[in-house]
Ligand binder design. Structure first.
Ligand code: SF4
Length: 456
């Protein structure tokens, strides 16, 4: 690539990572809020996993009560500012708006963002901690589920300590979703809202290494396991041990933690997988100046797990999708740099246990894709060692819980978020993790209240 072009792209990297979507203006928000019918038995509330009182927060926008509006949102969803940006609203609240049948649905996500952006900009603290009840809870993991559990428990008067392995809390919202869709400042504000309730967050603290699970179980009235998922597994193909093969989670995290790198300018990138993280890795690559970006997926668009709006965004960014294609091996040049990705065409066979048709290799269909970088985005592995250290029952790292109480096989340990997602259990969305965090808090409160009344 010519050096002049490289330096021009490089100068734009910062701008490329600024938020893509502009929020609504005051006038637009007012007009949109005024379209809402404030339905009795509003279906949009039912469709929100956290049950936000949507007509109420919209009405508060219409009447100029923005703090009240933000409070209504955040009361039900402690990560409601992030969710206004990352929720698949067309499948949830907006998908169920009654106005779908006549004109067009209310832009609930954008209105939610408008109210919470106002609270962020005006540095509002929306809640106060409840009176201390003498009980303490340890929460492992400061992502959406952990923060949500912490917020509810703090409102109920618990002394809460979050143990967070990373430098900053916020989990996926802080490190795992690209800045141009979710800036870190939004996630940090949500963390501050929780901290302002006297919740202690011990960052850079790894449970199982810096502090032992047994110490937490012995010293707290309850423990919440909200550790999420770990790294992206290897592809299991020849040649993938070289430097140019990246883990999508680490790749996106680096763009949120370090200065943006110019090493991807002009590169040809293949992303393996077609979930939301794959889309994030692909669009990140585009915005880091990659010459071409392909998503390689062994099934079709119908089976991909990325949200439709993420898929549309990737297409607009120029990402190419290679359906029914699987990676077979990575070919290197004499300097051990990636030269190409050998792929093979797939077909869809019989449905497997999960109901999805199983991809099968098409004989003698190999072809080469010239690439410089390969990014693995085929799901995430589990923190099995830590789960074992707690001695909890699990299925391949998916912690087994009682579906009603969220209790694990150790009745003092509750679990929520991605650590319970999989094997037909739980949900993958950020908003679902937030709701599970709330439900865990209520179950802990129920249990400690019952124990207290038994001892009176
Ligand atoms: Fe407003 Fe639509 Fe919800 Fe009715 S369903 S309250 S119109 S957002």
């Amino acid at each position: 690539m010519n050096l002049d072009l490289k330096s021009r792209i490089n100068n734009n990297l910062e701008r490329n990572f600024q938020e893509v979507e502009n929020g609504l203006s005051a006038q637009e928000a007012l007009e949109e809020a005024s379209r809402c019918l404030y339905c009795y038995d509003a279906p949009c509330i039912e469709a929100c996993p956290t049950g936000i009182d949507i007509p109420s927060f919209i009405k508060k926008i219409a009447s100029g009560n923005l703090k009240g509006s933000a409070r209504t949102i955040m009361m039900e969803n402690p990560v409601g500012a992030s969710c206004s940006r990352v929720c698949p609203t067309e499948e949830l609240c907006e998908g169920s708006c009654v106005l779908n049948h006549s004109t067009k649905p209310i832009m609930i996500g954008n209105l939610q963002r408008y109210a919470t952006d106002w609270a962020i900009k005006n540095e509002q603290a929306l809640f106060k901690a409840g009176q201390k009840n003498g009980k303490s809870v340890a929460i492992i993991g400061g992502g959406p589920a952990g923060l949500s559990a912490a917020r509810e428990l703090a409102l109920l008067g618990y002394k809460v300590t979050i143990f967070e392995a990373e430098k900053e809390a916020g989990g996926l919202n802080t490190y795992g979703i690209v800045s141009f869709r979710l800036p870190q400042s939004v996630s940090f504000w949500e963390v501050e809202q929780v901290q302002s309730l006297d919740v202690e967050i011990r960052t850079n603290t790894r449970v199982g290494v810096d502090i032992q699970p047994k110490d937490l179980v012995d010293n707290y009235d309850a423990v919440v396991l909200a550790i999420g998922m770990a790294t992206v597994p290897y592809l299991g193909i020849e040649g993938e041990e070289v430097e140019g093969v990246l883990d999508a989670i680490d790749f996106v995290k680096a763009t949120k933690s370090n200065p943006l790198s110019d090493q991807y300018i002009g590169k040809r990138v293949a992303v393996i997988g077609a979930g939301n993280t794959a889309i994030d890795a692909a669009t990140c690559s585009v915005r880091l100046g990659a010459e071409s970006v392909s998503i390689v997926y062994r099934r079709t668009a119908e089976e991909m797990t990325a949200y439709p709006f993420e898929f549309e965004f990737a297409k607009q960014e120029g990402v190419e999708f290679r359906w029914l294609t699987a990676p077979k091996r990575i070919l290197l040049d004499e300097k051990e740099n990636i030269k190409s990705l050998e792929c093979v065409k797939m077909d869809l066979g019989e449905a497997s246990e999960d109901g999805r048709r199983r991809p099968v290799v098409v004989d003698r269909s190999e072809f080469l894709l010239d690439v410089d970088i390969v990014i693995r985005a085929i799901g995430q592995s589990r923190y099995i060692n830590l789960i074992k250290q707690f001695g909890l029952n699990h299925k391949d790292g998916v912690v087994t819980i009682d579906q009603e109480t969220f209790q694990t096989s150790n009745e003092s340990v509750f679990a929520c978020g991605d650590v319970i997602f999989g094997k037909g259990q739980g949900e993958a969305m950020v908003v679902s993790a937030a709701q599970q965090g709330k439900l865990v808090a209520y179950q802990i409160h129920k249990k400690t209240s019952e124990l207290a009344s038994e001892t009176v």
